[in-house]
Design a protein around this ligand. Structure first.
Ligand code: ZN
Length: 496
């Protein structure tokens, strides 16, 4: 019995071993598969690593590229390299980008590596993201007169890609705002608003007739040359201009005439005219008394070298002041001496040629201005005392211009001149001798009036008679004075 049991037991044991063997076999096979897989994975990994190390790889900094219309695409953000070497320079790039046309383009990067062609691609979009440009004619804030309507001043719209879009501008009015809107073919929208203000913010304009700067001489009258005033909204405002001035015509200085006007919207403008009041050389006080028994020695046609200087010497020695009606002849220094020694430098004529001077009114003043300019240049002061060549009573002028003296005698006064003729003629111009000149003067001066004596400082006879005439006058109670602005004009009757 017991052996049976043992046998049984052995048999059971054998069975068990058999089972184990089968299991081991299966396990061994499994292990083999796993090992093979591991080897394959390992090999692939090694191959991958090797290929990663050895096959160059093309790489971009930016995968998707968008560029704006008309801009250059800087295709330099790619690299091609493996662990050992940089192949970027060997990459061949192919593209069909047209940056003038919106669209999507492809770039191909190709690198030959042994037998392998490594190719990579990416896309470039050319887009338009620039808004159209609207330009308004006029201003963004436009002022319109309160009594007027806004009239569209115009506009234009352009787009870099689409060109002129002016026709596509949509205009909307809302209260006092006008909105201009336009969209380009890529949907970029621009709007601009114009604000209309119904206000008059512009000042009126004052325009002065005549000069902005006027020179007057003491005692002259200021004549307003006129002005106009207009306003952008209110039109002509000339009648509303207020004119004021602070001129003191008796005091040399600078003054202003002020023009002021205010429009209906209270915009005010002022304009000024500058007035300079100058003194005359002749306004300086003369020595001696006033009224009767005065002798005004007047010398025409100079200055003249050899006579005028002797006359000036005598006047100085005798302490007498006189009046010189000068021409454009002779040296400047004698006029300067006349002025410096306190005599009155007055205007006679530049040319002293009747045919020129009396040919026309314009000719007369042209000639007078020339001698006036000379005097002002030499003395620094303008003289407004004059004497007509031949006197205002001359008839010689009728040969050249009928009635001219009638016009001239009133015109010179209008222009502010004081013209003097004479009431004592020394006769020197007619050829009187030294004694004759002396006699003509002393016999014709009167203690009962102001005597204006005509002499010529170009005449040696006058030069030689002068001292005796002065001595006679002093001994007989006469006073010698120069003509000034205050001197009562002594004038002849006009004969032409
Ligand atoms: Zn003369």
């Amino acid at each position: 019995m017991s052996s049976k049991i043992v046998n049984k037991s052995i048999k059971t044991h054998e069975k068990k071993d058999n089972k184990n063997e089968i299991t081991n076999d299966i396990n061994r096979k499994k292990l083999n598969v796993t090992n093979t897989l591991l080897i394959i994975i390992f090999s692939l990994t090694v191959a991958l690593i090797i290929s990663m190390i050895t096959i160059p790889y093309i790489q971009f900094k930016n995968k998707d590229i968008e560029i704006n219309y008309n801009t250059e695409f800087n295709n330099n953000d790619y690299t091609a390299k493996n662990l050992f070497k940089n192949y970027t320079k060997e990459v061949i790039v192919k593209d069909n980008i047209n940056n003038k046309k919106i669209g999507t383009y492809e770039i191909e990067y190709k690198l030959k590596f042994g037998l392998i062609n490594i190719i990579k691609k990416r896309k470039v979009k050319v887009i338009d993201n620039i808004k159209p440009d609207i330009k308004l004619k006029g201003n963004n804030v436009e002022y319109v007169c309160p009594n007027k309507e806004y009239i569209e001043l115009g506009y234009s719209a352009t787009d870099e890609y689409d060109g002129d879009l002016t026709n596509k501008v949509e205009i909307k009015n809302y209260k006092d705002n006008i909105t201009y809107k336009v969209s380009d073919s890529s949907g970029n929208v621009s709007t601009i608003t114009r604000n209309i203000k119904y206000e008059d913010i512009e000042k009126p304009t004052i325009t002065l007739k005549g000069s902005d700067n006027i020179t007057l001489y003491v005692g002259n009258k200021y004549n307003e040359d006129g002005y106009t005033a207009t306003d952008n909204c209110d039109g002509d405002l000339t009648n509303k201009v207020k004119v004021t001035n602070n001129i003191d015509i008796n005091t040399p200085g600078t003054y202003k005439v002020t023009y002021k006007v205010i429009d209906n919207s209270n915009n005010e403008i002022t304009k000024e005219r500058n007035i300079t009041v100058k003194k005359w050389s002749i306004i300086r006080p003369s020595s001696g008394g006033n009224g009767k028994g005065i002798v005004y020695l007047t010398f025409d046609d100079g200055p003249n070298e050899g006579t005028t200087n002797i006359i000036l010497d005598i006047l100085k020695e005798e302490g007498v002041q006189a009046t010189f009606f000068v021409t454009n002849y002779g040296p400047d220094y004698l006029i300067k001496r006349e002025y410096d020694e306190g005599h009155t430098v007055a205007l006679h004529t530049a040319s002293h040629q009747y045919g020129i001077v009396y040919a026309s009114v314009d000719n007369y003043f042209n000639d007078l201005n020339q001698v006036s300019n000379r005097v002002e240049r030499i003395t620094g002061e303008k003289s407004m005392i004059s004497r007509f060549p031949g006197g205002s009573s001359n008839t010689v002028s009728s040969r050249y211009s009928k009635g001219i003296m009638t016009t001239l005698t009133s015109e010179v006064k209008k222009r502010g001149y004081h013209y003097f003729d004479w009431n004592v003629d020394s006769g020197d111009a007619a050829g009187a001798s030294i004694d004759g000149v002396y006699a003509n003067v002393i016999n014709n001066i009167s203690p009962n009036r102001e005597n204006v004596v005509l002499m010529h400082d170009v005449k040696y006879t006058t030069t030689n008679a002068l001292r005796s005439i002065i001595r006679y006058g002093k001994q007989n109670g006469y006073t010698f004075k120069k003509i000034t602005y205050d001197t009562v004009m002594v004038t002849h009757g006009v004969n032409n």
